[in-house]
Each structure stands twice: as C-alpha cells, then as structure tokens.
Design a protein around this ligand. Structure first.
Ligand SMILES: Cc1cc2nc3c(=O)[nH]c(=O)nc-3n(C[C@H](O)[C@H](O)[C@H](O)COP(=O)(O)OP(=O)(O)OC[C@H]3O[C@@H](n4cnc5c(N)ncnc54)[C@H](O)[C@@H]3O)c2cc1C
Length: 454
C-alpha cells in the first residue's frame, strides 16, 4: 500500500472538530509536527526499522522545531506551553507512522527532560537540560534493571559517596536511546534497601567504566535503540546528584505524565491505523466488492471509532486535571487501561496475512523473491492461509468434540465451525465472532476455540 493513500484518506478519523481545550496555537503546533513527520520520518520508517536505529540528526531537527521543550521554561530554551500543547504534539507525532522514532523522541521530551527541569539545580539545567532541549544532547531515562522494572523500589544499581564523587556500579536494561545517549537520568541506590534509598543522578555516558551491552531485539519499535547498560565503578561528580533519596517519590509522580503521554500516543496511533484500515478496505476487493463495505467491517470500524472517542475523552479528562495541577492518577489509569486493551485488537484481521508480514523484510533477505511481482507473493500467501485455516478449523472441531461434554454445546459449536470451514474457509462473515464463540460453549470449549482460532 503506498504511503500517499494515508494522507489522501477520507474520512479523516482524526479530523473531528477540535476539543474545546485546543486553541489555534495548539492546532498550528499539531500541523507543524504532522508535516515534520510526513516529510522527515514516515518516508524512511521501513529503512530505519531494518537498520534498528534512526539518524542522530533527527534529534537536532526535532530540537530545532522546539519539540523537546514544549512545556519547558523559556529560560532553558523551551516554549513554556501547557499540557494541551503536548497533546497536540503527540497527535502530530502519530503521523510518523513509526513507533520507534515516536518512543525515542518522547523519552527525551516527556520522560527525561521534565524530571531534570523539575528536580535539577540551575547549574545542572544549564549543563544538561538546555543542550538537550536544543537537540544537541540525546537523553535517556535509566530505571529498569534485569531484576525488575515495575518494582522500582527494588533497584540494585548502587552509588556510594567517595569525597566529592559518587561511584556507581550496576546494570540497567531496556534503556531507550541507550546506545547513543549523551547523558542518562539514572536511578541509583544511595541509601538503605526499599523505596526510601533511591536517588536520581545525571550520568554522562563518556564516564570511564560505562559500557553498552547488547542492543535488544524487539518485536516492535524497531528503529528505537533499546539497550543493556553496565556501570563498573563509574565516578561522577557529586554535584550531578539530584535530591538525595527522593528518587522513588519522583518516579511515582513523574510516571503519571509518562503514562498519560503513552495513552495519548496509543489513541492517536489507533486513529492512524484505522485511517489506514479504512483505506485498505476501500482498495481491497473480495467477492466483487471493497471488503470495507462488508457489514462486519463497518461494524468493526464503528466499534474502533467508539473506543477511540471514549479513549480520547478519558485522556483529555486526565490531561485537564494535570494541566490544572491536580491529581489524575485514577483518570490516567482509566484511559491507559481502555486504550492499551482496545488498541491491540482489530485491523490485522482486515488485512489477513498482509497485516502480519513485514513485506519489505522478506524481499530483502531472499533476493530471488525480489524478481517476482508482489501480487504473486500475496496470492501465494493467501493460498497458504486458506490451506492452514482449513486445517486449523478441522483441528479445533476434533479437539472440541473430544472436550465437549453435553450434546447441545457440541451441536452448536460444531455446526457453526463446520459450516464455516466447508462453505467458505476464509470469509470472515461466515465465522462465529469471538463473542458468539464465547457465548455458546462450556469453559473448556470456549478456551480451545479462542486459543486456537484467534
Ligand atoms: C520498548 C521498551 C522500552 C523501554 N524503555 C525504557 C527506558 O527508557 N527506561 C527504563 O527505565 N525502562 C524502560 N523500559 C522498561 C519498562 O519500563 C519495563 O519493561 C516495565 O517497567 C516492566 O518491567 P519488566 O519488563 O521488568 O516486567 P516485570 O516488572 O518483571 O513485570 C512482569 C509482568 O508482571 C506484571 N506485574 C508486575 N508487578 C505486578 C503486580 N504488583 N501485580 C500484578 N502484575 C504485576 C507486569 O505488569 C508485567 O506484566 C522499556 C521497555 C520496553 C519494552
């Protein structure tokens, strides 16, 4: 599917009238970020996914555009705007069509630099925040360790005081921008075990004893470098320490903004994915009509639109509270829970196998394939899919038969599956929906249907 179709897409799911909180400045910011993404990121996404990293220059371009200092005080090079401006930025960023770049930029703009601005001294802000807001420095946030990420109070990386220095030893894992950051806002243990003994320290990555381990292979966000880091008696000046033993409180407080930005990122990516699916549904034909015109898909699109709208209002409710300096932990959790659940289901089914393969990847590692027209591969995959599907349905039917205890349930499930398998193996509208399957079987039967088919 060519890139241009996304921008020509109608209806533009995201083009609903702006929420009352957004003003003209926010709309201009959103449009600026959108155009930046369409020009500087989207055309290169696949190439950067393959490379597993994107060019460092992009941080400078984003810094020049002011994306790392939207809410930062102008004293440190920021624009001093509000949370609604951040929402407009995250919306525009979804046009990058590349989760990895979005993650790397947001770790700098909304996870690391706000903490440094809030907790840092003017000296620390001058030395690190200012160049990072300008995009001259790449920042990373170093909390998670091999021993745990959710359990922040259990951090093992230790910093001991030695004169005017801190000596740091330990290991971090899953650190975004980890292979090329200029400094890391590092969570270390400076006190007793438990949450009261954790502090943040600014760690320049040119410190002797610091090393980058392997770059982690991920299933998504491929263009974002996520790394394993080692600290072997690294000596940093004591003046890079932020408030002593206040790290845990800050992680818990700052996590709220991070989670809100993650939920906003999810809702706008869902919008872009739905635009993509609606266009695909217009272009792709089956049984003589665009597949998107089948009622089952129109219903699905309607369901997704509903989730997106509900998710947006939950996020904007939380954002309004945060913007007014109020607690919003519960409201953020509502939004995150709804979006991260609803975001993960849906459109892949519309694309069937085409949604599950990284076409550009298969072509590059098997050169002989490149000579044949793309349509050949799609048709071949469809044939394989139909064959696999038939085998799956039959396998399910047998296991159900074995597992179902009462006649009625057997009859219901079997008749449905068999009629689907025999009459038209691949046509979604003949297949019982997940809810149908769940409503007609015993728990055991339910389990085997869901696990095997979906
Ligand atoms: C792409 C990517 C980028 C990342 N970037 C960074 C980064 O830049 N900096 C950084 O510090 N970290 C980063 N992380 C790490 C991320 O913050 C951790 O993955 C996350 O905190 C979860 O920690 P964990 O993976 O160790 O899972 P664990 O903490 O081991 O949890 C495993 C599972 O148990 C569940 N669980 C944990 N505690 C409970 C509980 N009390 N009740 C019920 N269920 C529970 C969790 O939800 C999870 O499903 C990144 C991770 C990924 C995947």
């Amino acid at each position: 599917m060519s890139q241009t179709s996304i921008t020509q897409a109608t209806p533009h799911v995201g083009e609903a009238p702006a929420f009352p909180y957004f003003n003209e400045e926010h709309a201009m910011l959103r449009e600026t970020v959108k155009q930046f993404c369409l020009k500087e990121i989207a055309p290169y996404g696949e190439e950067w996914d393959e490379a597993g990293i994107f060019p460092r220059e992009l941080f400078k371009k984003a810094g020049d555009l002011g994306l790392f200092g939207i809410r930062t005080d102008p004293k440190w090079g920021g624009s001093g705007l509000d949370w609604w401006a951040t929402a407009a930025y995250v919306d525009g960023l979804s046009y990058a069509n590349n989760g990895g770049v979005g993650m790397a930029l947001m770790v700098q703009s909304d996870m690391t630099l706000p903490a440094l601005e809030e907790l840092g001294t003017d000296e620390q802000r001058e030395e690190f925040l200012k160049p990072a807001v300008a995009g001259d420095y790449i920042a990373a946030l170093g909390i998670s360790e091999p021993g745990g990420g959710s359990d922040v109070a259990n951090i093992k990386t230790r910093a001991r005081f030695d004169g005017d220095d801190l000596v740091i030893s330990g290991q971090k894992l899953w650190i975004t921008n980890g292979t090329r950051s200029d400094f890391i806002l590092l969570a270390v243990r400076t006190g007793d075990e438990g949450y009261k003994g954790i502090s943040f320290v600014i760690f320049p990555t040119n410190t002797p004893g610091f090393s980058v381990g392997k770059k982690l292979k991920k299933i998504g966000n491929l263009s974002s470098d996520t790394a394993e880091l080692f600290f072997d008696n690294c000596r940093v000046p004591r003046r890079y320490l932020l408030e002593l033993n206040k790290g845990f409180y800050y992680v818990m407080q700052n996590f709220q903004g991070e989670r809100l930005v993650a939920a906003l990122g999810a809702v706008h990516k869902m919008e872009r994915a739905l635009e993509f699916a609606i266009n695909y549904g217009k272009e792709r034909e089956a049984f003589g009509q665009p597949i998107g015109s089948f009622q089952v898909w129109r219903h699905r699109f309607a369901e997704h639109l509903t989730s997106i709208e509900a998710g947006k209002w939950l996020c904007y409710r939380a954002l309004d509270l945060i913007n007014r300096g109020q607690e919003a932990v519960r409201e953020i959790t509502y939004g995150e829970t709804l979006l991260l659940r609803s975001g993960s289901k849906g459109h892949v089914r519309l694309h069937a196998d085409h949604g599950r393969v990284r076409l550009h990847h298969r072509i590059s590692d098997r050169p002989r394939l490149a000579r044949r027209p793309l349509e050949y591969h799609r048709r071949r995959r469809l044939r394989n899919h139909e064959r696999d599907h038939r085998q799956t349905v039959e396998a399910v039917a047998q296991s159900l038969w074995r597992n179902c205890f009462n006649r009625q349930c057997r009859h219901n499930i079997f008749s449905q599956l068999f009629s689907a398998a025999v009459s038209n193996p691949c046509s979604a509208r003949h297949f019982p929906s997940k809810d149908d399957a769940l409503s007609i079987g015993t728990p055991l039967a339910q389990y085997s249907i869901v696990e095997t088919i979906y």
